[in-house]
Design a protein around this ligand. Structure first.
Ligand code: S6P
Ligand code: ZN
Length: 184
């Protein structure tokens, strides 16, 4: 048997980074076209320097059945118009695969939806774990003033299906209105 060697990684909980990562996915405001309610506010943000929205630190684990992929997701604080910064969101390509998100720092929501219209905003806060069951699309939303940092773990063969959620959109959004968080 050609065994894969076990390994460990160092995670900086304050900075929200995986120190010895193999890959970083960086999504700037320009990667978020079509996702926010206020497209003009997003364009203004892109024109003003296209800031980083979020970073995902990963190890090069084989994306295959039997393995567990894991990452540190670091979603910066901010708003597009009055809507809080969020990730694109996706279903898994293998739709019957679940995921866990352990929040390490910050606050916000894991917004989840099904193809039939179910929608659940699960609060995220330090030390809280959210279980994303099979078939639920999921997106993180940062409602705090520091990065929302989570450890994500999901099956190796799960994959990302962005197309369906881009067509459907999420039925709820999270805004800062009248001095408070509003889910509408
Ligand atoms: C993968 C897992 C996370 C997200 C990451 C970025 O299944 O849910 O690693 O990929 O939080 O979000 P997105 O929607 O841009 O892939
Ligand atoms: Zn996922």
């Amino acid at each position: 048997m050609d065994y894969m060697q076990p390994f460990g990684v160092d995670i900086d909980l304050v900075e929200g980074v995986m120190r010895d990562h193999d890959r970083v996915v960086v999504r700037r405001a320009s990667a978020m076209l079509g996702h926010y309610a206020d497209g003009a506010a997003l364009q203004a943000l892109i024109d003003a320097g296209d800031p980083v929205h979020y970073e995902v630190f990963e190890k090069a684990v084989p994306a295959e059945y039997g393995h567990l992929l894991f990452c540190i997701s670091k979603l910066y604080p901010g708003r597009v118009g009055d809507e809080y910064f969020m990730t694109k969101g996706h279903y898994h390509t293998v739709a019957e695969t679940a995921e866990v998100y352990l929040c390490l720092r910050g606050k916000g929501y894991m917004l989840m939806k099904t193809a039939e219209g179910g929608c659940v905003p699960a609060p995220m806060a330090r030390n809280r774990l959210v279980y994303v069951p099979p078939y639920w699309a999921h997106r993180s939303i940062n409602t705090g003033d520091e990065p929302l940092i989570s450890l994500c773990i999901y099956p190796g063969d799960a994959g990302h299906n962005y197309g369906d959620i881009e067509r459907e959109g999420f039925p709820k959004r999270v805004f800062f209105r009248g001095g408070q968080e509003v889910i509408a």
